[in-house]
Design a protein. Structure first.
Length: 289
């Protein structure tokens, strides 16, 4: 869309066009989102009871449990590899801040979100200066990883919930290792817009397979009271990686070249994979347990 707007009108008009949805959404937010769930017409009584229920009283169990159906498939080998086991719940903030499971997943997310931010911040420049693409081709190809990201997020979440009975680590591991491979392939990537666009779309799919799991993973570790801070730690460290990696990319480009950038991202994704190997796959607690 930006490429079309720039080609037809100019770069300033991009900001005008994208200001409009923000204004409209803020109006919709004002009328549709209540200050408290009890005042919202979109919240039913069962949801309100769960939200209002004090932590630790049992009730409907945590949202991290699987869909309530007994596991049919045998995942013995997979569970041994991902180190699936029951662990004590993180009941206090001190326990959350002292948990390697939280920090390990956060650091892994840091490297993965760094790759994502480089695709957002630097790929358009790379396509125009290195590949020699026109503005229109640049816009189309730059959109490819985000089309792939939508598909990857949906596919990763579906596989985690439906095929793997709520296991989160497999998608995260596959995403980290696969992203490392995709970064290596981008070093000697084709100059044809279609071929490069397909490669970037595949990169987006692989990169996003485990993204949704990073936000869900702390659910099986923390209580309802401590989940917000556990989730915030994972997201905070991830966003720090998203902020730092484009800057480091600039430093690498000043002294070296794009091959070093993609190599650095490949190494970072592999480090993410190793970090994930050090954390466990917690068994979700149910109301009965």
């Amino acid at each position: 869309l930006c490429a079309v707007i720039i080609s037809v009108w100019g770069w300033r008009e991009v900001f005008y066009f994208f200001a409009v949805p923000g204004i409209l959404l803020s109006i919709a937010w004002y009328f549709m989102v209540a200050d408290h769930p009890s005042r919202s017409r979109f919240v039913n009584q069962a949801e309100l009871d769960y939200i209002s229920e004090p932590a630790g009283t049992g009730g409907t169990g945590t949202a991290a449990s699987n869909t309530g159906r007994p596991e049919v498939r045998s995942f013995a080998r997979l569970d041994a590899f991902i180190r699936r086991r029951e662990i004590p719940q993180l009941e206090t903030r001190r326990q959350v801040f002292g948990s390697w499971q939280i920090w390990g997943s956060a650091l892994s997310y840091c490297f993965q979100l760094g790759v994502s931010s480089v695709l957002l911040a630097w790929i358009p420049t790379y396509l125009m200066t290195v590949k020699g693409f026109s503005v229109m081709n640049m816009g189309l190809v730059s959109a490819a990883p985000w089309v792939g990201a939508v598909l990857g997020n949906l596919l990763g979440g579906y596989c985690s919930d439906r095929l793997l009975a709520g296991r989160r680590k497999p998608g995260m591991l596959l995403s980290a290792l696969g992203t490392s491979v995709m970064m290596y392939l981008l070093i000697n990537s084709p100059a044809d817009p279609l071929a490069y666009g397909l490669l970037l779309m595949a990169t987006g799919v692989v990169l996003s397979l485990g993204f949704s799991s990073y936000m869900v993973y702390p659910m099986a570790l923390a209580s309802k009271q401590t989940f917000p801070i556990a989730n915030a730690i994972v997201n905070m460290v991830g966003q720090l990686g998203a902020a730092a990696t484009p800057f480091l990319t600039g430093l690498l480009l000043d002294s070296y070249g794009w091959s070093y950038v993609f190599s650095y991202l490949a190494i970072g994704s592999f480090v993410s994979f190793v970090l994930l190997l050090t954390i466990i796959e917690p068994v979700p607690r149910t109301a009965e347990s």
